[in-house]
Write a protein that binds this ligand. Structure first.
Ligand SMILES: Nc1ncnc2c1ncn2[C@@H]1O[C@H](COP(=O)(O)OP(=O)(O)O)[C@@H](O)[C@H]1O
Ligand SMILES: [Mg+2]
Length: 242
């Protein structure tokens, strides 16, 4: 992990939907060029946390700082402009369009030459997409569909990528492909904050692990320590305490 300073800092962030906040008093500091995995039970508030960082949820209190700047009052499109990309849960929004058309849609915030450049850039980064430009996105493998979704967001050139359950529903081989892709993104200077149901697979490529329970931070530390923690092994990694 390169020491690139803190790129994202949450301080006592509370966020949710209607009356009561779902995410409560959440504080973390994410260093640049790192991978952080968030794990936790269904309904713990992981998706709500990612959505709140991107500005899609009601803000109840606390701060979100991106590269030192408070952004909690900004709209998602302005957070995107500053360099935050969000890939929501689920794959392949446009299965009946070709890979090329999907990539053209992904460049919707860019104009003319900038859009063409962004498409060229992600195609150079993901040769597997370059080889399948005319193919309907719905006919790609699950792993390739997820990589297409990531590529569409990368076209905007984010520095921080928020990924919600990228390996959900994929075969083990395709899950490995996604984790390898995420590790490669870090190698290119990106910072990744990922929510994952495959806790073990994701923590293995991560610098930091975060465990969320009932909307709160339960534990955080180096990923290797989170994997080795007996409580985490039993609750989230399908193992025994020893
Ligand atoms: N659109 C919504 N409106 C109201 N409550 C929601 C909405 N989406 C999620 N919630 C609630 O927020 C809590 C956390 O959900 P979520 O962030 O999706 O958890 P996770 O991603 O960890 O499974 C749940 O209790 C859920 O019912
Ligand atoms: Mg979720």
């Amino acid at each position: 992990m390169a020491d690139a300073g803190i790129i994202l800092e949450l301080e006592r962030l509370s966020a949710g939907y209607t009356e009561e906040p779902v995410v409560v008093d959440f504080s973390i500091a994410v260093p640049g060029e790192s991978i952080t995995t968030i794990i936790g039970a269904n309904g713990a508030g992981k998706s709500t946390l990612l959505r709140a960082i991107y500005g899609l949820n009601r803000h109840f209190g606390g701060s979100v700082r991106f590269l030192g700047q408070p952004i909690e009052t900004l709209l998602p499109k302005d957070r995107l402009k500053l360099g935050i990309g969000f890939v929501p849960q689920g794959r392949c929004n446009f299965p009946l369009m070709s890979v090329r058309e999907n990539l053209e849609l992904g460049a919707y915030t860019l104009r003319g030459a900038a859009a063409a450049d962004a498409i060229e850039r992600v195609l150079a980064q993901f040769p597997l997409l370059a080889a399948k430009l005319p193919v309907l996105a719905g006919n790609l493998s699950g792993g390739e569909q997820q990589i297409l979704e990531i590529a569409m967001v990368l076209e905007a050139g984010p520095k921080l990528l928020l990924l919600d359950e990228p390996s959900l529903g994929l075969s083990p081989g395709n899950q490995d492909q996604i984790f390898a892709t995420i590790a490669e993104l870090r190698g290119r200077g990106l910072t990744v904050l990922v929510v994952e149901q495959n806790a073990h697979g994701a923590l293995q490529i991560s610098d930091t692990g975060i465990v969320m329970e009932l909307g709160r931070l339960f534990m955080t530390g180096p990923a290797a320590e989170v994997i080795a923690d007996p409580r985490i092994k039993v609750a989230y990694l399908g193992g025994k305490a020893n």
